[in-house]
Design a protein around this ligand. Structure first.
Ligand code: ATP
Ligand code: MG
Length: 524
């Protein structure tokens, strides 16, 4: 292998080795103090070449990594073998036009200096070059060290900024809002999620400011107390917070985590805000479904037990009625209003039976014939049946039926009509005398939620605390005689039996939306 070095300097006439030695000694002294001795070493080479009238010279250095670095003036070609011979301690051929000198510093052979003349060397010149090599070697070692140091610093700097970028990427990829404050409440980290959304604040704007300036909508005192608690106790704090900042009500789980830069007191607090609205809703639906299922089982058991005695009472009342009629036929009239009493018993027994049947519909909807139906037809049929209802004449009923909705549902039309009728009658009750009811159909997003039908009213609404109870059997706010509290529980039973679900959104004083979500016929 051979190495070549490019010409990097212009040269003038030869200076002679005597003055050169003095100049090189001076330069070397400066080199030792220079911050980039390696660059300056090139100047030494240049001087050397000029002093000797050489066209080519170069330095070969062993690097700690085991490589040979070289640089110099002109196109000097020196083989690695030649250098290795010198490094091993042999003296090169005195007659050779190329003089190769070992560079030795602190008893270490660190490389070689080579100069090629166009003429034979004199002994003085060889001695001069050897002296220069001795001066140059420690300078080059120093240069090598500082070069190494620079490389290490550069490497560490890149590593640190890579690590920093990596950590930033991690916190930016989290689907939660995250920020970190120090003991002065100044923001030290602010992730991407906190930059987005209606309340988003850019990282540049947030970093370095106090949390009270940035979250100015939140009461500063409360925020301060929450953070101080974590700084003081060193314990994780977790709570839920409702916010209307995005327009609709969202629930956030806030977690404040203590962080210590070293052993000792908490230096920072990490705050994570997670939107748990959907999760809470799903949890609510799940626990409601569980509760209603348990209620359904209980109701089914009780109803079964009640049905038999009811049948007996009905049969007894009927037989008494027949006996009365027999007596009447024989011309015997009993004193007292037995006949009327028996009619009351009969009516009440039938009322009980209707309630029992209703409850059974909720707990265990009876097997029905299902067929492919279109929700728009179900809505039209329901409205046709209610058209003549006196109270419906006073309110505005708007239909917004999506004509594009192609998905059919596999359902009992009769039961779906019963469901929509119950929802419309409830809406009517909620309106009082006047108001608007909208019945709307639209496609859902997935096969299991392919068809959505909403009954929307602008009536009195339902208090937030009551919304979880309305599907329970016998829950009613209507005066006795007006409502049994079974309507929605029956709807719930029917819709569940069709593989769907029923939801409610309601704002007290503004109105309610009941949403029936059903699977498409292919999703069943
Ligand atoms: N659209 C609505 N607006 C306001 N409140 C409603 C609405 N729908 C239902 N509710 C509330 O839910 C309760 C339960 O309704 P549900 O239909 O189960 O029973 P009900 O209407 O009281 O009686 P029933 O339907 O058995 O005659 C109602 O009493 C009412 O308080
Ligand atoms: Mg009702």
């Amino acid at each position: 292998m051979s190495s070549t070095v490019p010409a990097t300097s212009e040269r003038g006439d030869s200076l002679g080795i005597g003055p050169l030695l003095g100049t090189v000694a001076q330069v070397a002294a400066r080199l030792a103090a220079a911050s980039h001795p390696e660059d300056a070493a090139l100047d030494v080479l240049d001087l050397l070449c000029r002093g000797l009238g050489a066209e080519e010279c170069g330095i070969w250095l062993n690097t700690p990594a085991g490589l040979i670095r070289n640089w110099g003036v002109g196109d000097l070609v020196v083989t690695v073998e030649e250098i290795e011979i010198v490094m091993d301690g042999s003296t090169p051929e005195p007659a050779s036009l190329t003089a190769i000198e070992r560079l030795v510093a602190a008893e270490q052979r660190i490389g070689a200096l080579a100069i090629r003349l166009a003429r034979p060397w004199t002994d003085d010149e060889r001695a001069g070059v050897r002296a220069i090599a001795n001066v140059l070697a420690p300078v080059l070692v120093h240069a090598q060290h500082s070069h190494q140091l620079e490389e290490e610093v550069a490497l560490r700097t890149t590593q640190v900024s890579d690590e920093r970028r990596f950590t930033e990427k991690i916190i930016d990829s989290l689907p939660v809002g995250l920020y970190v404050i120090d003991r002065e409440f100044r923001i030290q980290a602010w992730n991407r999620k906190r930059e987005t959304g209606m309340q988003g604040v850019s990282r540049e704007e947030a970093i370095g400011r106090t949390i009270f300036e940035i979250l100015h909508r939140q009461p500063a005192e409360l925020l301060r107390r929450e953070f101080e608690e974590v700084f003081r106790t060193g314990r994780i704090q977790q709570f839920q917070m409702e916010s209307l900042a995005t327009g609709d009500l969202r629930v956030y789980r806030i977690t404040k985590i203590p962080m210590r830069l070293a052993d000792g007191p908490v230096t920072h607090v990490i705050t994570i805000g997670e939107d748990v609205t959907d999760w809470k809703e799903a949890e609510g639906r799940f626990s409601q479904a569980e509760k209603l299922a348990a209620l359904g089982q209980l109701a089914a058991g009780v109803m079964h037990e009640i049905n038999n005695p009811l049948a007996t009472i009905a049969a007894c009342a009927e037989s008494l009625q027949l006996k009365l009629e027999d007596l009447e036929a024989q011309g015997i009239t009993l004193r007292g209003d037995y006949k009327e009493l028996l009619t009351i018993v009969d009516n009440e027994v039938h009322r009980c039976k209707r309630i029992v049947d209703g409850l059974l519909d909720f707990s265990r909807p009876k097997p029905v014939t299902k067929a492919l139906v279109h929700i728009n037809q179900v809505v039209e049929k329901t409205l046709f049946l209610l058209k003549h209802h006196v109270r419906f004449k006073k309110v505005h009923v708007h239909q917004h039926l999506d004509p594009e909705l192609a998905t059919l549902i596999y359902a009992s039309e009769e039961q779906l009509v019963q469901t929509l009728m119950a929802l419309l009658l409830n809406a009517l009750d909620a309106l009082g005398d006047t108001g608007t009811i909208i019945i709307r159909t639209r496609p859902g997003r997935t096969a299991s939620e392919a068809v959505i039908c909403e009954v929307i009213d602008d009536g009195q609404g339902i208090a937030r605390g009551e919304q979880g109870k309305i599907f329970e059997p016998f829950y009613t706010t209507k005066p006795p005689g007006r409502g049994t509290g079974l309507g929605l529980s029956i709807c719930y039973g029917i819709v569940s039996d069709h593989g769907g679900r029923i939801e409610v959104d309601s704002i007290p004083g503004k109105g309610s939306t009941f949403r029936v979500i059903l699977p498409g016929s292919e999703g069943v």
